[in-house]
Design a protein around this ligand. Sequence first.
Ligand SMILES: [Zn+2]
Length: 114
Amino acid sequence: MSILDLPKHIREKICVNPITGCWDWLAYKNPDGYGQLTFNGKPGLRAHTVVYTILKGPVPDGLQLNHKCKHKCVNPDHVYPGTHGDNIDDYYRDKGQPCQYQNVRQKLNLSAEN
Ligand SMILES: [Zn+2]
């Protein structure tokens, strides 16, 4: 599966970055910086979720797509199904602040999870 397997109206909103391999979303992004679109009549869908679903299949129940790259791109190879907790781990790993991780989890009331 490749970018060519996407419907044209989605494909033309994507610019592939030859250096990072990221599929940058050129159309509307929500305030968090994630690409957003209307697909199959449903507004407000995350672009990376729609692309992943088309090319790789549905996201498993109870999981969300977390980014491996830092660009919030829509390349299905740059995301993986995980929990919200995984995403926070990645965020703080990227930021290089693992020592604050426990505090953040407590602040977000996630300590009971996992
Ligand atoms: Zn990427």
